[in-house]
Write a protein that binds this ligand. Structure first.
Ligand code: HIF
Length: 278
């Protein structure tokens, strides 16, 4: 297989998405979570963290409790990488997120290769940069503003919780956000607005929000999007307008995957400067 044949890599990723004995029969959602957690460590001010480097290969980052369960996704992608040893892990993990979203009916997301894997653990970002689901709007803003996102982009990104589910043995939370968690749509926003959510303790004693039948759930951070008036205005727009959501989601998720990627001499200089200060 020719080096640089990203279409072939995309096809190989599509083949590992159906997993009959895993979750809802799909590895798609956990691949999206891997792409996001690989990127979401970015700190705009220092230029550290982000998808470049694939530093989650190192124990320090892999063992951040926010990353519990992602070894499943990394192991699956190791199988793909065996077929394409020329691709960087950083490119593979982010590309897998994009392919999974498209596979599940989501928008096409702009993606470019060029990420380079770090060769030692010197630049692994500190633990604790990913969001804590037990918190509210102030925390969400401080984490996503640190990456360089605004309120509208935060809400657009949040639509990814239309995919997948929480696992008691990973995060302590339990259950899916929507009835069809392997189908990308704006249902998450509709449910946030329409359903009555009750705070309750789940089977492992963690507080979360559930619908009346305890089938669907929301995290405290999800509920903050309807509590905060600025966030809520965007939740309402995306619940009403699926095309707008798809467009804004594609832009915001594409931006997320680019965080920390070096595209020119100015990015390289910033990275060198930041590393000298670490
Ligand atoms: Fe998630 N997220 N996320 N998330 N997330 C979980 C699962 C998924 C937050 C917490 C959690 C985003 C933002 C935030 C996905 C994608 C994205 C889980 C459950 C928690 C606790 C993990 C488990 O138990 O397996 C918080 C606090 C966020 C900031 C508000 C992004 C926007 C929504 C950035 C995003 O893209 C996906 C997909 C999953 C499902 C994973 C699965 O294994 O099914």
């Amino acid at each position: 297989m020719a080096a640089g044949d990203y279409m072939a890599v995309r096809d190989a990723i599509k083949k590992i998405i159906p997993q009959s004995s895993y979750d809802d029969g799909s590895a798609g959602p956990v691949l999206v979570r891997l792409a996001w957690h690989a990127s979401g460590t970015y700190d705009k001010k220092s230029g550290t963290g982000g998808s470049n480097g694939s530093t989650m290969r190192y124990k320090l980052e892999a063992s951040d409790e926010a990353n519990n369960g992602l070894e499943y996704a990394r192991n699956l992608l190791d199988l793909v990488r065996q077929q394409f040893p020329w691709i960087s892990y950083a490119d593979l993990w982010t590309l897998a997120g994009v392919v999974a979203i498209e596979y599940m009916g989501g928008p096409k997301i702009g993606w470019k290769p060029g990420r380079v894997d770090d060769v030692d653990e010197q630049y692994v970002p500190p633990n604790g940069r990913l969001p804590d689901a037990t918190q509210g709007e102030d925390h969400i803003r401080s984490v996503f503003y640190r990456m360089g996102f605004n309120d509208q982009e935060i809400v657009a990104l949040s639509g990814a919780h239309n995919l997948g589910r929480c696992h008691a043995d990973r995060s302590g939370f339990e259950g899916p956000w929507v009835p069809m968690p392997t189908r990308f749509s704006n249902t998450y926003f509709k449910l946030l607005l329409r359903s009555r959510w009750h705070k309750r303790k789940n089977s492992v004693g963690v507080e979360q929000y559930n619908d009346e039948d305890n089938e669907l759930m929301m995290l405290p951070t999800d509920m903050a999007l309807v509590k905060d008036p600025k966030f809520r205005a965007w939740v309402e727009r995306y619940a009403d307008d699926k095309d707008l959501f798809y467009r804004d989601f594609a832009a915001a998720f594409g931006k997320l995957l680019e965080l920390g990627v070096i595209r020119g001499p100015e990015d390289k200089a910033l990275r060198q400067y930041a590393r000298a200060k670490l």
